[in-house]
Design a protein around this ligand. Sequence first.
Ligand SMILES: *Cc1c(COP(=O)(O)O)cnc(C)c1O
Length: 349
Amino acid sequence: MSIAASVALPATLTCYPRYPLLTGPTPLQRLDRLSDLLGGPRIHIKRDDCTGLALGGNKARKLEFLVADALAQGADTLVTVGALQSNHARMTAAAAARAGLRCTLVLQDRLPDAPASHREGGNIFLDGLLGADVVVVPAQESLDEVLAVQVQALREQGRVPYAIAAGGSSPLGALGYVLAAHELLEQAADAGHRVDAIVLATGSAGTQAGLIAGLVQAGHAAAVHGHCVSRPAAQQTDKVQELASSTLAALGLPAQLADHVVHTDDRQIGSGYGHPTAAMCEAVQLLARFEAILLDPVYTGKAMAGLIADIRAGRYTREQQVVFIHTGGSPALFAYRWAFAGSAEEETP
Ligand SMILES: *Cc1c(COP(=O)(O)O)cnc(C)c1O
């Protein structure tokens, strides 16, 4: 496979306004110590934990498009939903602060048995610091309903709310990752290496869907492996497929995706969204100690655990080049100290 020459972005992308939130392209770095340790493919990491907005993360890329749309519609308040330790909620609060908007976050408590630090520290502490109004609700099935109720309540107060779907994963939000796919291919070409596979955590699906749409548009054949954090693989595949198609449609491109384009794997979920696993703890510690990279307990720790398991199972050759997307989330580490208790002194392999 040749190194991709750079392909122009679709002209239709420029029809969508963007509110600048990123500080610039995020670094693409080599993980040589980790690659040597695991004896598998060359691993690179795309540092989307360094997007530059209030401790970073993937949601900044989506919010550039969503905030621009909110401003165009004359909204005065961003409203979104998530878990107590949602990175998306924290970044929405940050984006609102930057754009001079107010922000209401509806957060559900999905780990009621976790210690108080889980309810007070990490992202939720930052939400308050960034000036957001936080409403905590018990865990429930439909976040869409909760969002609709909050939007209505704000309207009754005379506000002009702009609702952002969980994770910012609409076709508009996913455009942020169409751009990211191009950024990544260009950086890899500049560094003189191929991109054989891309590995990431997949939740509300916008990141994986946007990357796939970007690669399809660029005619690039890299496989995108999404490690599920919240739902079974079959459901996640449908979600990614649907969103990638509607993202391509939003760009005026053919929306038909071949069946084999979307890869998802749900073997790292453990007991569910936000529930720690031993493999996640091992992956977080390994990256900290071998590369000084801080992953997160909910998304990237599980995705890296999936990559490590695949390498140990011989899925990749030594000649392959794999890019892991660090989608952010390290602020949640401060609300998950309890999950690492007892494993802190364990030997790394
Ligand atoms: C939201 C999030 C993801 C998942 O991205 P989706 O677009 O929701 O699939 C991955 N990692 C981190 C740290 C996140 O906050």
